[in-house]
Ligand binder design. Sequence first.
Ligand code: AKG
Ligand code: FE2
Length: 485
Amino acid sequence: MVIQVIYDVACPVCLRAIQLVTFREETFRSSGVASTVQLSPWPSGAAEDVLRGVAGPGRPASLKQKVWAKLPSGLILPENQDDPMRLIYEMEYLAFVRLPTASMLARVDGVALLPLQRARQNAQASVPRWWSSPESLRLCATALKEENFAVLDGFLPEEVCQALAEGAKRSRPSMVRGATGAAARVSPGQDLAKVLNQPSRGDVVKFADEGQMPGCQDFLDALDALVDALKTSDSVEVSVRHRLSCVDWANSAMFAIYPGGASRYIKHVDNTLGTDGRRLTAVLYLNRDWCEQDGGCLRIFEPTMQSCQVKRDIEPLWNRLVVFWSTQEVPHEVLSSYKDRLAVSVWFIDGAESLRSREPFERLFSPKLRCLGDRRQCLLKAAKNEDERAVLAALPLEATHGFSEAERRRLARLFGWRTEEDVQRELDTAQDRAIRSALEKALQGGQTPAEAFGVKAFAPKKPLHFEIVDDEIMMRERPKFGLAD
Ligand SMILES: O=C(O)CCC(=O)C(=O)O
Ligand SMILES: [Fe+2]
Protein backbone atom coordinates (compact mmCIF):
# COMPACT_ATOMS: atom_id res chain seq x y z
CA MET A 1 0.00 0.00 0.00
CA VAL A 2 2.63 2.55 -1.00
CA ILE A 3 2.86 4.99 -3.87
CA GLN A 4 5.46 3.96 -6.44
CA VAL A 5 7.46 6.95 -7.60
CA ILE A 6 9.94 6.91 -10.46
CA TYR A 7 12.12 9.94 -11.20
CA ASP A 8 14.81 10.92 -13.67
CA VAL A 9 18.01 11.18 -11.62
CA ALA A 10 19.67 13.37 -14.24
CA CYS A 11 16.99 16.07 -14.05
CA PRO A 12 17.45 18.89 -11.49
CA VAL A 13 13.73 19.81 -11.48
CA CYS A 14 12.85 16.19 -10.70
CA LEU A 15 15.39 16.10 -7.91
CA ARG A 16 13.87 19.22 -6.35
CA ALA A 17 10.42 17.64 -6.41
CA ILE A 18 11.84 14.46 -4.86
CA GLN A 19 13.51 16.59 -2.19
CA LEU A 20 10.08 17.94 -1.21
CA VAL A 21 8.60 14.43 -1.24
CA THR A 22 11.40 13.15 0.95
CA PHE A 23 11.07 16.08 3.30
CA ARG A 24 7.39 15.26 3.68
CA GLU A 25 8.17 11.59 4.33
CA GLU A 26 10.59 12.69 7.04
CA THR A 27 7.95 14.76 8.77
CA PHE A 28 5.65 11.71 8.68
CA ARG A 29 8.33 9.47 10.04
CA SER A 30 9.08 11.82 12.88
CA SER A 31 5.50 11.28 13.98
CA GLY A 32 5.60 7.52 13.48
CA VAL A 33 3.71 7.19 10.20
CA ALA A 34 4.67 4.22 8.03
CA SER A 35 6.24 4.84 4.65
CA THR A 36 3.89 6.17 1.98
CA VAL A 37 6.19 6.17 -1.06
CA GLN A 38 8.76 3.95 -2.65
CA LEU A 39 11.21 6.00 -4.70
CA SER A 40 12.94 4.42 -7.69
CA PRO A 41 15.52 6.38 -9.65
CA TRP A 42 15.36 6.04 -13.41
CA PRO A 43 17.00 4.38 -15.20
CA SER A 44 17.27 1.36 -12.94
CA GLY A 45 16.10 -2.22 -12.66
CA ALA A 46 13.74 -1.21 -9.83
CA ALA A 47 12.06 1.38 -12.06
CA GLU A 48 11.67 -1.21 -14.82
CA ASP A 49 10.06 -3.61 -12.33
CA VAL A 50 7.43 -1.01 -11.41
CA LEU A 51 6.74 -0.14 -15.04
CA ARG A 52 6.33 -3.78 -16.05
CA GLY A 53 3.08 -3.84 -14.06
CA VAL A 54 1.64 -0.88 -15.99
CA ALA A 55 -0.13 -1.69 -19.20
CA GLY A 56 -1.77 0.40 -21.91
CA PRO A 57 -1.99 4.18 -22.08
CA GLY A 58 -0.82 4.63 -18.45
CA ARG A 59 2.63 3.41 -19.43
CA PRO A 60 4.91 6.39 -20.10
CA ALA A 61 6.86 6.42 -23.35
CA SER A 62 9.86 7.86 -21.54
CA LEU A 63 10.67 8.99 -18.02
CA LYS A 64 13.10 11.64 -19.18
CA GLN A 65 12.66 14.75 -17.02
CA LYS A 66 9.67 13.24 -15.27
CA VAL A 67 8.52 12.37 -11.80
CA TRP A 68 5.94 9.67 -12.40
CA ALA A 69 3.79 7.97 -9.76
CA LYS A 70 1.42 5.05 -9.47
CA LEU A 71 -1.06 5.09 -6.60
CA PRO A 72 -2.15 1.92 -4.78
CA SER A 73 -5.54 2.28 -6.54
CA GLY A 74 -3.78 1.94 -9.89
CA LEU A 75 -4.27 5.60 -10.78
CA ILE A 76 -1.27 7.15 -12.51
CA LEU A 77 -0.01 10.64 -11.69
CA PRO A 78 2.11 11.19 -14.78
CA GLU A 79 3.79 14.59 -14.31
CA ASN A 80 4.81 15.66 -10.84
CA GLN A 81 8.13 17.30 -11.51
CA ASP A 82 7.07 20.96 -11.69
CA ASP A 83 4.41 20.69 -9.03
CA PRO A 84 4.65 17.69 -6.72
CA MET A 85 1.75 18.88 -4.52
CA ARG A 86 -0.75 16.39 -5.84
CA LEU A 87 1.64 13.57 -5.15
CA ILE A 88 2.15 14.93 -1.67
CA TYR A 89 -1.62 15.16 -1.24
CA GLU A 90 -1.78 11.42 -1.99
CA MET A 91 0.97 10.75 0.54
CA GLU A 92 -0.98 12.73 3.11
CA TYR A 93 -4.04 10.73 2.30
CA LEU A 94 -2.30 7.40 2.83
CA ALA A 95 -0.68 8.64 6.00
CA PHE A 96 -3.61 10.23 7.72
CA VAL A 97 -7.01 9.06 6.52
CA ARG A 98 -8.76 7.09 9.23
CA LEU A 99 -11.53 4.63 8.51
CA PRO A 100 -14.48 4.59 10.91
CA THR A 101 -14.50 2.12 13.76
CA ALA A 102 -17.35 -0.37 14.10
CA SER A 103 -18.98 1.73 16.80
CA MET A 104 -18.78 4.89 14.68
CA LEU A 105 -20.36 3.04 11.79
CA ALA A 106 -23.13 1.73 14.01
CA ARG A 107 -23.84 5.26 15.19
CA VAL A 108 -23.95 6.70 11.69
CA ASP A 109 -26.00 3.87 10.18
CA GLY A 110 -28.37 3.99 13.13
CA VAL A 111 -29.27 7.56 12.18
CA ALA A 112 -28.65 8.13 8.49
CA LEU A 113 -29.43 4.77 6.84
CA LEU A 114 -31.24 2.09 8.82
CA PRO A 115 -34.25 4.03 10.14
CA LEU A 116 -35.02 5.22 6.62
CA GLN A 117 -34.64 1.70 5.24
CA ARG A 118 -37.10 0.45 7.86
CA ALA A 119 -39.51 3.28 7.07
CA ARG A 120 -39.41 2.27 3.42
CA GLN A 121 -40.10 -1.37 4.24
CA ASN A 122 -43.02 -0.36 6.44
CA ALA A 123 -44.55 1.84 3.78
CA GLN A 124 -47.07 0.15 1.56
CA ALA A 125 -45.70 -0.97 -1.76
CA SER A 126 -48.44 1.01 -3.48
CA VAL A 127 -47.04 4.30 -2.12
CA PRO A 128 -44.55 5.44 -4.75
CA ARG A 129 -43.15 8.28 -2.66
CA TRP A 130 -42.57 6.35 0.55
CA TRP A 131 -40.27 9.13 1.77
CA SER A 132 -43.07 11.73 1.83
CA SER A 133 -44.74 10.42 5.00
CA PRO A 134 -44.34 12.64 8.07
CA GLU A 135 -42.34 9.92 9.81
CA SER A 136 -39.93 9.45 6.89
CA LEU A 137 -39.44 13.20 6.60
CA ARG A 138 -38.74 13.37 10.31
CA LEU A 139 -36.10 10.62 9.98
CA CYS A 140 -34.54 12.29 6.95
CA ALA A 141 -34.29 15.61 8.80
CA THR A 142 -32.84 13.94 11.89
CA ALA A 143 -30.20 12.27 9.73
CA LEU A 144 -29.31 15.65 8.19
CA LYS A 145 -29.15 17.31 11.57
CA GLU A 146 -27.17 14.62 13.38
CA GLU A 147 -24.94 13.20 10.65
CA ASN A 148 -25.22 15.85 7.90
CA PHE A 149 -26.48 13.38 5.30
CA ALA A 150 -29.35 10.98 4.63
CA VAL A 151 -29.73 7.98 2.34
CA LEU A 152 -33.08 7.27 0.69
CA ASP A 153 -33.17 3.99 -1.22
CA GLY A 154 -35.88 3.35 -3.79
CA PHE A 155 -36.37 7.07 -4.29
CA LEU A 156 -38.00 6.99 -7.74
CA PRO A 157 -40.38 4.70 -9.60
CA GLU A 158 -38.42 2.05 -11.47
CA GLU A 159 -39.40 3.30 -14.91
CA VAL A 160 -38.10 6.80 -14.17
CA CYS A 161 -34.70 5.39 -13.18
CA GLN A 162 -34.71 3.33 -16.31
CA ALA A 163 -35.43 6.38 -18.47
CA LEU A 164 -32.74 8.44 -16.73
CA ALA A 165 -30.11 5.72 -17.10
CA GLU A 166 -30.89 5.06 -20.76
CA GLY A 167 -30.97 8.77 -21.57
CA ALA A 168 -27.60 9.26 -19.88
CA LYS A 169 -26.09 6.39 -21.81
CA ARG A 170 -27.36 7.83 -25.09
CA SER A 171 -26.00 11.30 -24.43
CA ARG A 172 -22.63 10.07 -23.30
CA PRO A 173 -20.89 11.18 -26.51
CA SER A 174 -21.89 14.79 -25.76
CA MET A 175 -20.62 14.75 -22.19
CA VAL A 176 -17.57 16.85 -21.30
CA ARG A 177 -14.95 16.57 -18.59
CA GLY A 178 -16.31 17.74 -15.23
CA ALA A 179 -14.58 20.99 -14.33
CA THR A 180 -13.34 21.85 -10.88
CA GLY A 181 -13.62 25.41 -9.61
CA ALA A 182 -10.12 26.23 -10.82
CA ALA A 183 -10.84 24.85 -14.27
CA ALA A 184 -14.06 26.81 -14.50
CA ARG A 185 -12.13 30.01 -13.76
CA VAL A 186 -9.55 29.47 -16.46
CA SER A 187 -9.79 32.34 -18.89
CA PRO A 188 -9.44 32.03 -22.67
CA GLY A 189 -5.82 31.64 -23.66
CA GLN A 190 -4.87 29.90 -20.42
CA ASP A 191 -3.96 26.28 -20.55
CA LEU A 192 -7.30 24.63 -19.81
CA ALA A 193 -5.97 21.25 -20.86
CA LYS A 194 -3.35 21.41 -18.17
CA VAL A 195 -5.92 22.05 -15.46
CA LEU A 196 -8.31 19.39 -16.70
CA ASN A 197 -5.52 16.93 -17.09
CA GLN A 198 -5.25 16.68 -13.33
CA PRO A 199 -6.71 13.43 -12.14
CA SER A 200 -8.47 15.16 -9.25
CA ARG A 201 -11.79 14.81 -11.00
CA GLY A 202 -12.35 12.12 -13.58
CA ASP A 203 -16.00 12.29 -14.56
CA VAL A 204 -17.69 13.37 -17.78
CA VAL A 205 -20.81 15.49 -17.29
CA LYS A 206 -23.82 16.99 -18.97
CA PHE A 207 -26.19 19.53 -17.48
CA ALA A 208 -29.75 18.78 -18.54
CA ASP A 209 -31.99 21.70 -19.20
CA GLU A 210 -35.51 21.02 -18.02
CA GLY A 211 -37.28 18.26 -19.87
CA GLN A 212 -34.33 17.73 -22.14
CA MET A 213 -33.27 14.37 -20.70
CA PRO A 214 -35.76 11.49 -20.46
CA GLY A 215 -37.04 11.00 -16.93
CA CYS A 216 -35.44 14.23 -15.75
CA GLN A 217 -38.65 16.15 -15.18
CA ASP A 218 -40.06 13.34 -13.00
CA PHE A 219 -36.82 13.23 -11.04
CA LEU A 220 -36.82 17.00 -10.46
CA ASP A 221 -40.50 16.93 -9.45
CA ALA A 222 -39.81 14.25 -6.85
CA LEU A 223 -36.71 16.00 -5.58
CA ASP A 224 -38.44 19.38 -5.35
CA ALA A 225 -41.29 17.71 -3.48
CA LEU A 226 -38.82 16.25 -0.99
CA VAL A 227 -37.08 19.57 -0.39
CA ASP A 228 -40.38 21.41 -0.15
CA ALA A 229 -41.63 18.88 2.42
CA LEU A 230 -38.41 19.23 4.42
CA LYS A 231 -38.94 22.99 4.43
CA THR A 232 -42.55 22.89 5.54
CA SER A 233 -43.54 19.65 7.27
CA ASP A 234 -44.34 19.94 10.97
CA SER A 235 -42.58 16.64 11.58
CA VAL A 236 -39.25 18.12 10.46
CA GLU A 237 -36.82 19.27 13.10
CA VAL A 238 -36.95 23.07 13.38
CA SER A 239 -33.24 23.69 12.75
CA VAL A 240 -33.41 21.81 9.44
CA ARG A 241 -36.52 23.69 8.36
CA HIS A 242 -34.72 26.88 9.27
CA ARG A 243 -31.59 26.00 7.26
CA LEU A 244 -33.75 25.33 4.25
CA SER A 245 -36.10 28.26 4.66
CA CYS A 246 -34.53 30.36 1.87
CA VAL A 247 -33.56 27.38 -0.27
CA ASP A 248 -35.93 28.33 -3.06
CA TRP A 249 -33.72 27.68 -6.09
CA ALA A 250 -32.03 24.75 -7.75
CA ASN A 251 -29.76 24.28 -10.71
CA SER A 252 -30.43 21.90 -13.56
CA ALA A 253 -29.56 18.24 -13.09
CA MET A 254 -25.96 17.25 -13.69
CA PHE A 255 -25.53 13.80 -15.24
CA ALA A 256 -22.07 12.47 -14.43
CA ILE A 257 -20.32 9.29 -15.52
CA TYR A 258 -17.06 8.16 -13.95
CA PRO A 259 -15.79 5.98 -16.78
CA GLY A 260 -13.91 3.32 -14.76
CA GLY A 261 -10.10 3.25 -14.97
CA ALA A 262 -9.78 4.41 -11.34
CA SER A 263 -11.54 7.69 -12.18
CA ARG A 264 -12.59 9.58 -9.09
CA TYR A 265 -13.09 13.00 -7.49
CA ILE A 266 -10.72 13.85 -4.67
CA LYS A 267 -11.85 15.15 -1.29
CA HIS A 268 -13.66 18.47 -1.51
CA VAL A 269 -16.54 20.51 -0.20
CA ASP A 270 -19.12 21.59 -2.77
CA ASN A 271 -19.57 25.12 -1.40
CA THR A 272 -16.10 25.56 0.06
CA LEU A 273 -16.34 29.08 1.40
CA GLY A 274 -20.05 29.15 2.10
CA THR A 275 -20.49 31.90 -0.48
CA ASP A 276 -21.73 30.30 -3.69
CA GLY A 277 -25.27 29.79 -2.41
CA ARG A 278 -25.40 25.98 -2.55
CA ARG A 279 -26.96 24.59 0.60
CA LEU A 280 -28.08 21.04 -0.08
CA THR A 281 -26.60 18.50 -2.49
CA ALA A 282 -28.77 15.68 -3.82
CA VAL A 283 -27.22 12.79 -5.75
CA LEU A 284 -29.15 9.93 -7.34
CA TYR A 285 -27.15 6.83 -8.23
CA LEU A 286 -28.07 4.62 -11.17
CA ASN A 287 -25.79 1.62 -11.10
CA ARG A 288 -27.24 -1.87 -11.19
CA ASP A 289 -25.39 -4.80 -9.65
CA TRP A 290 -22.72 -2.62 -8.11
CA CYS A 291 -20.29 -4.54 -5.97
CA GLU A 292 -17.36 -3.80 -3.73
CA GLN A 293 -14.69 -4.45 -6.37
CA ASP A 294 -16.25 -1.76 -8.55
CA GLY A 295 -15.06 0.89 -6.03
CA GLY A 296 -16.73 4.25 -6.64
CA CYS A 297 -18.20 4.80 -3.18
CA LEU A 298 -19.10 8.30 -2.10
CA ARG A 299 -16.82 8.77 0.91
CA ILE A 300 -18.17 11.21 3.47
CA PHE A 301 -15.79 12.67 6.05
CA GLU A 302 -16.49 14.15 9.43
CA PRO A 303 -16.56 17.97 9.30
CA THR A 304 -14.49 19.95 8.26
CA MET A 305 -11.97 19.91 5.35
CA GLN A 306 -9.36 19.54 8.09
CA SER A 307 -10.77 16.19 9.09
CA CYS A 308 -9.17 12.95 7.96
CA GLN A 309 -11.79 10.83 9.71
CA VAL A 310 -14.08 8.97 7.34
CA LYS A 311 -17.69 8.92 8.45
CA ARG A 312 -19.20 6.50 5.91
CA ASP A 313 -18.55 5.09 2.46
CA ILE A 314 -21.79 4.96 0.51
CA GLU A 315 -22.20 2.53 -2.39
CA PRO A 316 -23.61 4.20 -5.54
CA LEU A 317 -26.53 1.76 -5.79
CA TRP A 318 -29.39 1.78 -8.27
CA ASN A 319 -32.17 4.25 -7.28
CA ARG A 320 -30.38 5.42 -4.16
CA LEU A 321 -30.64 9.13 -3.32
CA VAL A 322 -28.14 10.75 -0.98
CA VAL A 323 -28.76 14.25 0.35
CA PHE A 324 -26.14 16.18 2.28
CA TRP A 325 -25.23 19.73 3.25
CA SER A 326 -23.13 21.38 0.53
CA THR A 327 -21.01 23.21 3.10
CA GLN A 328 -17.98 22.46 5.31
CA GLU A 329 -19.93 19.89 7.34
CA VAL A 330 -19.58 17.42 4.50
CA PRO A 331 -16.16 17.03 2.94
CA HIS A 332 -16.53 14.15 0.52
CA GLU A 333 -14.89 12.35 -2.35
CA VAL A 334 -15.72 9.79 -5.00
CA LEU A 335 -13.37 6.84 -4.55
CA SER A 336 -11.68 5.33 -7.60
CA SER A 337 -14.24 3.70 -9.81
CA TYR A 338 -13.39 0.59 -11.83
CA LYS A 339 -16.39 0.54 -14.10
CA ASP A 340 -18.90 3.09 -15.42
CA ARG A 341 -20.56 4.87 -12.51
CA LEU A 342 -23.60 7.02 -13.24
CA ALA A 343 -24.99 9.66 -10.91
CA VAL A 344 -27.36 12.60 -11.32
CA SER A 345 -26.80 15.55 -9.00
CA VAL A 346 -28.87 18.62 -8.19
CA TRP A 347 -27.80 21.47 -5.94
CA PHE A 348 -30.42 23.38 -3.96
CA ILE A 349 -29.55 27.02 -3.51
CA ASP A 350 -30.14 29.49 -0.72
CA GLY A 351 -31.36 32.88 -1.94
CA ALA A 352 -30.16 34.83 1.09
CA GLU A 353 -26.57 33.60 0.73
CA SER A 354 -26.68 34.14 -3.03
CA LEU A 355 -27.51 37.83 -2.66
CA ARG A 356 -24.14 38.46 -0.95
CA SER A 357 -21.81 37.86 -3.90
CA ARG A 358 -21.93 38.91 -7.50
CA GLU A 359 -22.04 35.65 -9.40
CA PRO A 360 -24.55 33.88 -7.16
CA PHE A 361 -26.66 37.07 -7.17
CA GLU A 362 -26.72 37.27 -10.95
CA ARG A 363 -27.46 33.57 -11.17
CA LEU A 364 -30.75 34.18 -9.36
CA PHE A 365 -31.77 36.22 -12.40
CA SER A 366 -30.79 33.58 -14.92
CA PRO A 367 -33.62 31.59 -16.50
CA LYS A 368 -31.35 28.54 -16.18
CA LEU A 369 -31.72 28.50 -12.41
CA ARG A 370 -34.98 26.87 -11.40
CA CYS A 371 -37.04 28.67 -8.82
CA LEU A 372 -39.14 26.41 -6.63
CA GLY A 373 -41.74 29.11 -6.06
CA ASP A 374 -42.68 32.51 -7.40
CA ARG A 375 -39.41 34.13 -8.51
CA ARG A 376 -40.21 37.63 -7.23
CA GLN A 377 -41.56 36.39 -3.90
CA CYS A 378 -38.53 34.19 -3.36
CA LEU A 379 -36.19 37.12 -4.07
CA LEU A 380 -38.03 39.40 -1.66
CA LYS A 381 -37.99 36.72 1.01
CA ALA A 382 -34.19 36.45 0.75
CA ALA A 383 -33.66 40.20 1.38
CA LYS A 384 -32.28 41.47 4.66
CA ASN A 385 -34.05 44.81 4.90
CA GLU A 386 -36.47 47.21 3.23
CA ASP A 387 -33.81 48.88 1.07
CA GLU A 388 -32.82 45.54 -0.38
CA ARG A 389 -36.44 44.58 -0.90
CA ALA A 390 -37.12 47.81 -2.76
CA VAL A 391 -34.26 47.17 -5.18
CA LEU A 392 -35.16 43.52 -5.67
CA ALA A 393 -38.78 44.46 -6.33
CA ALA A 394 -37.71 46.69 -9.22
CA LEU A 395 -35.07 44.56 -10.97
CA PRO A 396 -36.12 42.77 -14.17
CA LEU A 397 -36.65 39.11 -13.32
CA GLU A 398 -34.80 37.55 -16.18
CA ALA A 399 -31.75 39.66 -16.73
CA THR A 400 -30.40 37.34 -19.39
CA HIS A 401 -28.06 40.08 -20.54
CA GLY A 402 -26.52 40.35 -17.08
CA PHE A 403 -26.21 43.67 -15.29
CA SER A 404 -24.40 46.81 -16.42
CA GLU A 405 -21.23 47.84 -14.62
CA ALA A 406 -22.97 50.83 -13.05
CA GLU A 407 -25.77 48.62 -11.83
CA ARG A 408 -23.28 46.14 -10.43
CA ARG A 409 -21.52 48.87 -8.47
CA ARG A 410 -24.82 49.95 -6.95
CA LEU A 411 -25.79 46.37 -6.10
CA ALA A 412 -22.34 45.59 -4.70
CA ARG A 413 -22.67 48.49 -2.27
CA LEU A 414 -26.19 47.74 -1.17
CA PHE A 415 -25.82 43.97 -0.81
CA GLY A 416 -22.24 44.06 0.45
CA TRP A 417 -20.98 41.74 -2.28
CA ARG A 418 -17.83 39.93 -1.30
CA THR A 419 -15.43 38.16 -3.61
CA GLU A 420 -14.15 34.67 -2.91
CA GLU A 421 -10.75 36.25 -2.41
CA ASP A 422 -12.17 38.53 0.32
CA VAL A 423 -13.57 35.54 2.15
CA GLN A 424 -10.48 33.42 1.62
CA ARG A 425 -8.32 36.20 3.03
CA GLU A 426 -10.47 36.31 6.15
CA LEU A 427 -10.24 32.57 6.60
CA ASP A 428 -6.50 32.36 5.96
CA THR A 429 -4.50 32.27 9.13
CA ALA A 430 -1.05 33.79 9.37
CA GLN A 431 0.20 30.23 9.36
CA ASP A 432 -1.53 29.41 6.07
CA ARG A 433 0.20 32.39 4.50
CA ALA A 434 3.56 31.41 5.94
CA ILE A 435 3.19 27.86 4.68
CA ARG A 436 2.20 28.96 1.20
CA SER A 437 5.14 31.25 0.89
CA ALA A 438 7.47 28.48 2.17
CA LEU A 439 6.06 26.11 -0.42
CA GLU A 440 6.71 28.62 -3.17
CA LYS A 441 10.31 29.07 -2.06
CA ALA A 442 10.91 25.33 -1.89
CA LEU A 443 9.41 24.83 -5.33
CA GLN A 444 11.45 27.61 -6.89
CA GLY A 445 14.55 25.95 -5.53
CA GLY A 446 16.06 28.97 -3.79
CA GLN A 447 15.91 27.12 -0.49
CA THR A 448 15.80 23.51 0.59
CA PRO A 449 12.40 22.39 1.88
CA ALA A 450 13.78 22.25 5.40
CA GLU A 451 15.06 25.83 5.14
CA ALA A 452 11.90 27.10 3.49
CA PHE A 453 9.65 25.57 6.10
CA GLY A 454 11.90 26.41 9.02
CA VAL A 455 11.93 22.88 10.40
CA LYS A 456 12.23 24.21 13.90
CA ALA A 457 8.81 25.77 13.63
CA PHE A 458 6.96 22.90 11.98
CA ALA A 459 8.70 19.60 12.52
CA PRO A 460 8.91 17.16 14.07
CA LYS A 461 6.26 17.95 16.67
CA LYS A 462 3.67 19.42 14.36
CA PRO A 463 2.96 17.31 11.32
CA LEU A 464 1.58 19.38 8.52
CA HIS A 465 -1.58 18.64 6.66
CA PHE A 466 -2.11 19.37 2.98
CA GLU A 467 -5.51 19.87 1.58
CA ILE A 468 -6.89 20.90 -1.76
CA VAL A 469 -9.40 23.70 -1.77
CA ASP A 470 -10.80 24.35 -5.19
CA ASP A 471 -7.69 22.89 -6.81
CA GLU A 472 -5.34 24.96 -4.72
CA ILE A 473 -3.05 23.21 -2.32
CA MET A 474 -3.20 24.51 1.22
CA MET A 475 -1.05 23.27 3.98
CA ARG A 476 -2.08 23.51 7.59
CA GLU A 477 -1.17 22.13 10.90
CA ARG A 478 -3.29 19.08 11.47
CA PRO A 479 -5.52 19.96 14.36
CA LYS A 480 -7.08 16.72 15.38
CA PHE A 481 -6.62 13.44 13.62
CA GLY A 482 -2.97 12.80 14.28
CA LEU A 483 -1.44 9.49 15.12
CA ALA A 484 -2.44 9.89 18.70
CA ASP A 485 -6.04 8.93 17.91
O1 AKG B 1 -21.18 11.34 -7.50
C1 AKG B 1 -21.01 11.53 -6.31
O2 AKG B 1 -21.14 10.63 -5.47
C2 AKG B 1 -20.63 12.90 -5.81
C3 AKG B 1 -20.02 13.77 -6.85
C4 AKG B 1 -19.53 15.07 -6.27
O3 AKG B 1 -19.07 15.12 -5.18
C5 AKG B 1 -19.65 16.31 -7.05
O4 AKG B 1 -19.94 16.27 -8.24
O5 AKG B 1 -19.45 17.39 -6.44
FE1 FE2 C 1 -19.15 17.11 -4.44
